[in-house]
Design a protein around this ligand. Structure first.
Ligand SMILES: [Zn+2]
Ligand SMILES: [Zn+2]
Length: 322
C-alpha cells in the first residue's frame, strides 16, 4: 500500500510499504479520509515523531477484511475509527476513565508507536470501529474525532442547556466546539480569533462576536496567553475549559482565576461512547460539520498541505483522502 511516512528530515514522504497485518480480533480498513490534526503538527514541529512513522488518528473508511474472531464487522462496512485503544486494565481504565489510559500513547493510532491512517489501509481493533450508514460522507465522519474532543470538554465542565459559551481560537477544535454549542442547547456562543478566515468559518457555524463574559469559555487556541484570555472572558463563578494542546508551555496569572473564582477543567481526549455519539450525530445529519472542512487533498499532497498548515495557511480542517 501507499502511505505518507515521516522521513529523516521530518518531512512526509509517500512510499510503498507493506500492507498492515491482520491479527486476530482486528480489522483492516481502507481509509477514505483522515484529518490533519493540530497535535500532528505540534508533534512534527517538536521533532518527537520517529522517522518511518505513519501518523493520522482522525479517520473513517470502509472495512477491507476482518481478522479471526471478529463478529460485529464485515468487509464493506462503513466505519468511523476511534483512534484510542485503551488497555482496559490500568487503574484509569478500570475506573471508567479510559481517556486517561496510561498506555494510550503507545496504543493510539498515529502517535509514532502504532501506524496511523495517513495511508491507504490501517489495522484497527474491532472495538475501535463505529459503524455508520453507507450514505454518510466519510470525510464528514472523520470530523467525529475533533468533535469528540469538544464534546468531552462540555461533559467535563458539566455544561447544561441554557448556559452561554465562549470560544477562544477557531481552529478545528474551536469550530467543533461552536458546532456543538447550539446542538447542546447553549443560549448563545461567541468566538474570537486573530485570523479573519477562521472567524468567518465560526460565524458560518453560528458564532457571534464577543459581547459579554460567558458561563463556559473554552481555550481552543493553546497559544501564549490564551488560558488567561479564556479565564478573563469567563463570568465570575463560571467555568473555563482547556481543550488546546500547548506543547510549548505558558505562564498564567492565577490572581485572575482567584478573583473571578472560576472552575478550571483541563480536558483530555474522550471516551469511546463520546466518540460514537459524535459519529452518530454527524452521519445522521444532526450536526453539520461541512463548514469545518475547508480542503481535501490526495495522499501525494500530504507534505505540502501539512507544512502549509505549519506555515499558518488559513484553513479549517484539512482531510487527506488516500
Ligand atoms: Zn486530533
Ligand atoms: Zn488503560
Amino acid at each position: 500500500m501507499r502511505a505518507a511516512v515521516t522521513n529523516d528530515t521530518g518531512r512526509l514522504e509517500v512510499r510503498d510499504v507493506p500492507d498492515p497485518d491482520l491479527r486476530p480480533g482486528n480489522v483492516r480498513v481502507r481509509v477514505a479520509a483522515c484529518g490533519i490534526c493540530g497535535s500532528d503538527l505540534h508533534m512534527v514541529e517538536s521533532g518527537i515523531v520517529p522517522p518511518g512513522s505513519i501518523m493520522g488518528h482522525e479517520a473513517a473508511g470502509i472495512v477491507e477484511s476482518v481478522g479471526e474472531g471478529v463478529a460485529s464487522l464485515a468487509p464493506g462496512d462503513h466505519v468511523a475509527i476511534d483512534p484510542f485503544d485503551p488497555c482496559g486494565t490500568c487503574a484509569n481504565c478500570v475506573a471508567g476513565a479510559e481517556q486517561r489510559c496510561v498506555n494510550n500513547v503507545y496504543t493510539t493510532l498515529g502517535l509514532g508507536f502504532r501506524a496511523g491512517a495517513y495511508a491507504e489501509l490501517v489495522e484497527i481493533g474491532e472495538g475501535m470501529a463505529v459503524k455508520v450508514p453507507d450514505a454518510a460522507d466519510l470525510g464528514d465522519v472523520a470530523v467525529a474525532e475533533p468533535l469528540a474532543v469538544a464534546l468531552h470538554g462540555y461533559r467535563r465542565s458539566r455544561f447544561e442547556a441554557g448556559m452561554s459559551v465562549g470560544v477562544v481560537g477557531c481552529g478545528p477544535i474551536g469550530l467543533s466546539t461552536i458546532a456543538l454549542a447550539r446542538f447542546l442547547g447553549a443560549s448563545n456562543v461567541w468566538a474570537t480569533d486573530t485570523n479573519e478566515f477562521r472567524l468567518d468559518l465560526a460565524r458560518t457555524l453560528g458564532a457571534d462576536a464577543k459581547a459579554s463574559d460567558a458561563d463556559v469559555v473554552f481555550d481552543c487556541a493553546g497559544a501564549k496567553g490564551t488560558v488567561d484570555l479564556a479565564v478573563a472572558a469567563t463570568r465570575m463563578g463560571g467555568k473555563t475549559v482547556i481543550l488546546a494542546v500547548n506543547l510549548k508551555g505558558d505562564s498564567t496569572f492565577p490572581f485572575v482565576w482567584v478573583t473571578r473564582e472560576v472552575d478550571m477543567f483541563p480536558s483530555l481526549g474522550y471516551t469511546l461512547d463520546e466518540y460514537a455519539e459524535c459519529a452518530g450525530w454527524i452521519s445522521s445529519g444532526a450536526i453539520d460539520v461541512k463548514p469545518i472542512v475547508t480542503r481535501r487533498v490526495s495522499l501525494e499532497e500530504t507534505d505540502e498541505a501539512f507544512f502549509g498548515l505549519l506555515d499558518g495557511a488559513p484553513q479549517g480542517k484539512v482531510l487527506i483522502t488516500p
